[in-house]
Design a protein. Structure first.
Lengths: 436, 50
């Protein structure tokens, strides 16, 4: 490569490098510039987009297509009426934040090709293509937002392209304008439009509520926003959203609502989610007998977070069984632990089901099964669980007896299922010779 | 020549931070003077670790 290039690094933290940064007006790194032997800029690439192949493809496309700064400048000089060339050259300058050169070119694009027929492209940060003209108009509208000078061009852009591919970006750029500036009434109108257009974007509602909190002029209007945010985050609480909601209610002097949004229910649910996330991870790798150190750490953390949660213990036991550590599984979720639920038949039933499925700790499960019957002697589901357990233990006579009790006590709607279960056990109980 | 330059340019950027890269030791202006004398281009990596 040194056959074609002299390769030099300009380090901003060194004096000679800092001088080059100033000379070439470099605003951000990484930036790579190609110069000719007279020091004139041939091309540049701003930023780096991993993986390397993507960067390489970008470089290849850019250079192979002849779309360097130098070639675009020459093409534009030859044919200044070509909108596509003007646009590409404008973007080149925009990459370096050279608005003095980029904006006039974008204005030319809009004047030359108002219908947007000269071409389209898909920017890195978007999924859908946008015409050169629409992109140029967006950039022209974005420029006056800097320093919160004027939002009218971007609002006009949104009105012109209400279904355009850059709509989300246009609203997002206006958000910067309204979040900490503009009059309260104008900000309200903006956020009302924004949330109407993107009704499920919780972060927009968060911004709106934060803005209402900053204004403190009329907290009442924030109630509907807080309600909507609560509704959207109810099934999957988001700490940032909950914090804003709680702050809003505290500002209104409603501590109870703040606690409801971001108090004990939130932290319980959040800890539980974390614990189950850790266990999901642990179970995945335990089944493959890989990452065992991390599996152990994840289970230990889950148990520390939710030591009293029966289903955390159940999942932890499953992981240990997956690792072949039956004794640890029984330590975590065995007879000693079952005793803490000795008067709660519902919880005991989960315990019985689990060990019946695993085919281990069957004596412990039987003790719990008998306990459930003692507590609820006419509950068909406990008899059914006991029947399954006896079957697993190989005691078919007792399995039949328990399944029969399940049929006897079953509700009308459950009776057919209990009967089928009984018949199934009978079929298994009959000697093979008697089968037809 | 042009195709070669394209390929070399791409490879060079990929390898720019890799070990073994031969960096010109002087300033950017000195690199330009060297490039002119050798009929080459200059590739400047503007770098900052901050």
């Amino acid at each position: 490569m040194t056959k074609y290039f002299v390769v030099v690094r300009a380090d901003r933290d060194e004096e000679k490098g800092a001088e080059a940064f100033r000379k070439y007006a470099i605003l951000g790194t990484p930036t790579t510039i190609v110069l000719d032997g007279d020091g004139a800029e041939v091309d540049w690439i701003v930023g780096y987009h991993a993986p390397p192949e993507k960067f390489q493809a970008k470089v290849n496309r850019s250079v192979a297509g002849g779309e360097t700064l130098k070639s675009l400048t020459a093409a534009h000089a030859l044919n200044p009426k070509d909108a596509a060339t003007a646009f590409k050259l404008g973007r080149k300058y925009a990459e370096r934040a050279d608005e003095a050169k980029a904006l006039p070119l974008y204005r030319d694009v809009v004047a030359l090709d108002p219908a947007g027929q000269a071409g389209a492209f898909t920017p890195d940060f978007m999924k859908a293509p946008v015409t050169f003209t629409q992109y140029a108009e967006y950039e022209l509208a974005r420029f006056p937002l800097q320093g919160r000078r004027d939002s009218a061009p971007m609002r006009a852009y949104i009105a012109k392209y209400p279904g355009g591919p850059m709509l989300r970006l246009a609203f997002s750029s206006l958000d910067i304008f309204y979040y900490g500036g503009a009059l309260a009434a104008e900000a309200d109108a903006f956020y009302a439009d924004y949330t109407a257009k993107f009704p499920t974007e919780t972060w927009v509602l968060q911004k709106w509520l934060t803005r209402i909190l900053q204004d403190k002029t009329s907290l009442d209007k924030g109630l509907a926003v807080a309600d909507r945010l609560t509704e959207l985050t109810e099934s999957n609480p988001d700490p940032y959203a909950q914090a804003v909601i709680a702050e809003f209610y505290l500002a209104r002097g409603d501590k109870a609502k703040a606690e409801e949004a971001f108090g004990k229910p939130f932290i319980d649910s959040h800890l539980s989610n974390i614990a189950f996330g850790l266990l999901q991870f642990a179970d995945f790798w335990a089944q493959r007998r890989e990452n065992t150190d991390r599996v152990e750490s994840a289970v230990a953390a889950a148990l520390k977070l939710q030591p009293e949660n029966m289903f955390v213990r159940l999942q932890a036991a499953k992981v240990f069984l997956g690792l072949g550590r039956d004794e640890t599984a029984i330590d975590v979720f065995g007879p000693a632990y079952a005793k803490t639920y000795w008067d709660e038949p519902g919880e005991l039933r989960s315990y019985i089901y689990f060990w019946t499925q695993q085919g281990r700790n069957l004596d412990g499960a039987l003790a719990a099964g008998l306990r459930t019957i003692a507590l609820r002697p006419r509950a068909y589901y406990h008899w059914s669980a006991l029947g399954d357990l006896y079957l697993k233990m190989g005691d078919k006579a007792k399995a039949l007896d328990a399944a029969g009790k399940a049929v006897e006590f079953a509700s009308p709607s459950a009776k057919p299922a209990m009967q089928r279960n009984l018949d199934k056990i009978k079929g298994q109980a009959e000697p093979p010779a008697s089968k037809k | 020549m042009r195709k070669s330059l394209i390929v070399v340019f791409a490879l060079l950027l990929l390898a720019a931070s890799a070990a073994g890269q031969v960096w010109f030791k002087g300033t950017v202006d000195e690199a330009v003077a060297r490039a002119k004398a050798e009929s080459k281009l200059v590739l400047v990596d503007f770098y900052s670790d901050g």
